[in-house]
Design a protein around this ligand. Structure first.
Ligand SMILES: [Fe+2]
Length: 204
């Protein structure tokens, strides 16, 4: 992993972060995968930027690999949600790397989903290293969305437009995501309209 390019470190690391966040908040969440997923979120928040910036940093590589494995264990025990329903289907259609699309779609899906699990989103803000003292649960949950959005930007993930996806593709992509089985575990009810809303928010 020491010679893995920075952009692949970023996209695969953010895929692991997505596994942890989607599993922690999914409809099938259970206590032990919750604990494992939270540890993975906290560790990735702390170490992924260092692995991105210093590819040869062995401690950072170790921490990110451990977090990716534990996030994968929670994913394997439960399910994911709308981010994976969208990234799996769009990635198949456009032949784009899974981690890049997943990372690009994580912030807009979190902005849609936080109302479904506000307490858990507030806990994600803490795991991301944010100071939530004095905030209401909903304010802290919104802070989790802001925090992950900044994190994805910091790791230089391209936008859907930069990936060559056009807004006119949205109705087709929304239908593909809606038909994906991962839709079922999402923390907020999803309709076809929800996917249109999330996808369109990427083009604002
Ligand atoms: Fe994934």
């Amino acid at each position: 992993m020491l010679n893995m390019p920075a952009h692949i470190t970023a996209s695969t690391g953010l895929d692991a972060l997505t596994h942890a966040i989607e599993c922690y908040t999914c409809a099938y969440a259970q206590p032990w995968p919750d604990a494992v997923a939270l540890w993975a979120i906290e560790t990735l928040a702390q170490w992924l930027p260092i692995a991105f910036a210093q590819g040869q940093n062995q401690e950072a590589r170790y921490k990110v690999a451990m977090a990716a494995m534990l996030a994968g264990m929670s994913y394997g025990t439960e399910s994911a949600g709308a981010v994976h329903a969208m990234s799996q289907t769009a990635g198949g259609y456009f032949d784009l790397p899974h981690g890049v699309l997943t990372a690009a779609l994580l912030p807009p899906v979190m902005a849609f989903n936080y109302l479904g699990e506000p307490h858990k989103y507030a806990r994600i803000a803490l795991a991301m290293g944010e100071d939530t003292r004095g905030l209401s649960v909903f304010e802290a949950a919104e802070l989790a969305v802001e925090s992950v959005t900044r994190f994805v930007e910091t790791l230089e993930i391209p936008t859907l437009t930069e990936l060559g996806i056009k807004q006119e593709d949205v109705p087709m992509l929304a239908q593909l995501a809606f038909d994906d089985p991962q839709t079922i575990g999402n923390p907020r009810d999803l309709t076809l309209e929800s996917y249109l809303q999330i996808y369109n928010s990427c083009f604002e």
